[in-house]
Write a protein of this length. Sequence first.
Length: 114
Amino acid sequence: MTLGEKQRRFTGLVGKLIMWAYDNGYELTFGDAYRSPDEAARNAQVGKGIANSLHTKRLAVDLNLFIDGQYKNLSEAYRPLGEYWKSLDPEARWGGDFTRPDGNHFSMEFEGVK
């Protein structure tokens, strides 16, 4: 699958995730979607990500979660969304499963990067 094909698949799956979230009583706003390679490198230097971030490939999005109007920043609050996300595609990855949990991160594996 080409990068462009995967990006289009990813975008469609994000749409499904957003609809599922709202259908289940959650509310969302967008965080980071695209991140330039320079920004990803700077983030990696300070321990806030990796230089080859999937955000640079438009294959990752960070979503801000609201439950009953209250912003949730703990990864565990995102678990229902993460589990649903992973059920959509075998290459879907949720940041809550990372060694350093990042619950608001939803991505698709590409060229070995998760």
